[in-house]
Design a protein around this ligand. Structure first.
Ligand SMILES: [Cu+2]
Length: 275
């Protein structure tokens, strides 16, 4: 009887142990609860995908590192010197060499597959964005033009302009430069793109949670580069439309025409190769 109770207890322990492990794994590895690992969790849908890729790669690196370290320690302790007899000497070990060549190749292919997959998702542009914004970087500030809404937000050095977006909706950004190379970067979006003279960069941002996010120029572009800051403010669609109406009423439009006209002609392949 006592032995039966003991075995039942062991069985229950096993069942609960396995269940507990599954619950812990499910909690830790569930989509939204992966640790940030020193990065940002991504305030946009696109940035969140990048975060998920990064977090899974770190987890994979920890697992691979753990296995490697365990094998290393096992080899150190298992095969440490036991006597003065010289161990068996051989020049190569084909199965082992194939194993340690094939495993890293498989790992690289897996990483490559998931990276390309996430890059495609981040670069994908929707056919029907909720709002379109033309972002013009210039020495030294930013211009956010909402051409369909006739709203224009202009900020020169020290005026940090604010790009207002509707939360949960897709915003199509068309990024250009009016003069030199600038960098559009919002760290909490895990996202950066060059604003290059002669190149038009198009991308979507879908902010997941309302809030204000700091942005900055990440390409040294001259004297006041360090002051080339901006904010992205994400508000509910209702608040977004009341902001639009307010801006329209205040006549905040067409400032973009005062800028030096951006060079949007795409360079030919020949001129690219000369650079
Ligand atoms: Cu700049």
């Amino acid at each position: 009887m006592g032995r039966n109770k003991l075995s039942r207890f062991k069985h229950l322990k096993r069942v609960f142990g396995a269940g507990g492990l599954i619950i812990i794994l499910a909690t830790v590895l569930s989509a939204c609860n992966l640790p940030a690992f020193g990065g940002y969790k991504g305030a946009t849908a696109q940035g969140h995908d990048t975060h998920m890729l990064y977090a899974w790669l770190v987890i994979a690196a920890i697992v691979v590192g753990g296995i490697t370290l365990s094998l290393l320690l096992w080899a150190i302790f298992r095969y440490r010197k036991k006597s003065d007899t010289i161990p068996k000497q051989f020049q190569y070990h084909i199965p082992l060499e194939i194993t340690y060549t094939v495993i890293p190749i498989i790992i690289v292919l897996i990483v490559f597959f998931f990276t390309v997959n996430v890059e495609n998702k981040v670069d994908a542009v929707s056919t029907h964005p909720y709002v379109k914004i033309k972002v013009t970087a210039f020495q030294w500030g930013w211009n956010f033009d909402y051409p369909q809404l006739h709203v224009d937000v202009h900020g020169v050095t020290l005026q940090n302009p604010e790009m207002v977006l509707p939360t949960g909706k897709t915003a199509r950004i068309t990024l250009v430069s009016a003069d030199v190379v600038h960098g559009f970067y919002v760290r909490q979006f895990n996202f950066s793109r060059y604003a290059q003279p002669g190149v038009v960069n198009v991308f979507d941002l879908t902010v997941r949670h309302s809030g204000t996010y700091q942005g900055q120029c990440t390409q040294f572009c001259g004297l006041y580069h360090a002051e080339m800051l901006f904010r992205v403010k994400s508000v509910s669609p209702t608040q977004f439309w009341s902001w639009v109406h307010q801006e329209q009423a205040e006549g905040h439009s067409k400032v973009v025409s005062q800028l030096p006209s951006p060079v949007v002609k795409v360079r030919s392949t020949n001129s690219r190769t000369k650079i």
